[in-house]
Design a protein around this ligand. Structure first.
Ligand code: FE2
Ligand code: FE2
Length: 273
């Protein structure tokens, strides 16, 4: 069997600048001047680094049981891509520390919860949770590449675009590993429940952790909520819709044909990734 080249592990260099006098500085309220909207996305920088480690550990735990050389090559690319994502989002976390945000208490709690779960729950559940998590990140990726990021500072738009492209490239790997080691529908649904709960609660809690530090008033919250809807920012409703889609017994990540959106994004961005 010929093994096609797996998707590439890119290593773009980003410059996340805090100094206000620098033209490329990323302000505290980098999304439309709204701290409310900004924190809903800053929360992802806090979730991703350890989330990515959880994903790659969960898939790697089954790598030795995968006999298909193509899937084995895809696992290596998957691990490479996720590792780089975590590394770069961590650099934005560093920027947030520089902006005066306390992030470490939340991140330490989140990391311990993920580590503890990996000690006590079966490996098959983690692989299933990762496969579901990858469906969510593919859905995020599609929403990110549909033009909603145009008002982001340039380096954050490039960071999320790079991440989104690679999420679409590797979206089926964890799912295919799960199928190849014969994990069935019941465990797949356990994984969906774990991934949905973890993602929604972590997103909500990390956002609140940041929002509290800015003491947003009731009026700020109301305006923020209104702007979030008006701008069509990513919402928990899209996650729930994605969960319903994933629960269909015959579902496969490639049911969503992303080639057009992926090729368009690559044509526009490849030179700077
Ligand atoms: Fe990722
Ligand atoms: Fe991923």
């Amino acid at each position: 069997m010929t093994v096609r080249a797996s998707f590439p592990v890119r290593a773009p260099r980003f410059r996340f600048v805090q100094k206000e006098e620098d033209a490329q500085a990323i302000p505290r309220a980098w999304l439309g001047g709204s701290l409310y909207r900004t924190h809903r996305f800053n929360a992802f920088h806090m979730i991703f680094p350890h989330g990515e480690i959880y994903f790659l550990k969960s898939v790697n735990a089954f790598a030795s049981r995968v006999t298909d050389p193509q899937l084995a090559a895809d696992i290596r690319s998957f691990v490479g891509q996720e590792g780089r994502h975590g590394h770069e989002h961590n650099r934005v976390v560093e920027l947030m520390r520089g902006q005066g945000y306390e992030v470490d208490r939340w991140i330490t709690r989140f990391r311990s919860a993920l580590d503890r779960s990996q000690e006590v729950l079966p490996a098959s559940w983690h692989l299933a949770a990762t496969a579901a998590g990858e469906h969510f990140t593919a859905v995020f990726a599609r929403t990110a590449l549909d033009g909603r990021m145009r008002e982001y500072p340039a380096e954050l738009e490039r960071l999320f675009t790079w991440h989104a492209i690679e999420e679409l490239e590797h979206k089926a790997v964890a799912f295919d590993v799960m199928r190849s080691v014969k994990i069935g529908y019941a465990t797949r649904m356990v994984g969906l429940a774990i991934a949905s709960y973890t993602l929604l609660s972590a997103w909500h809690n990390a956002t609140l952790h940041l929002r509290k530090q800015d003491n947003l008033s009731a009026a700020d919250l109301k305006t923020g909520e209104r702007e979030t809807r008006a701008k069509n920012d990513l919402s928990w409703r899209e996650i729930l819709r994605a969960a319903v889609q994933y629960a269909r017994p015959g579902f496969h990540p490639n049911d969503d044909d992303d080639r057009e959106v992926l090729n368009a994004a690559l044509a526009q961005w490849a030179a700077v990734l």
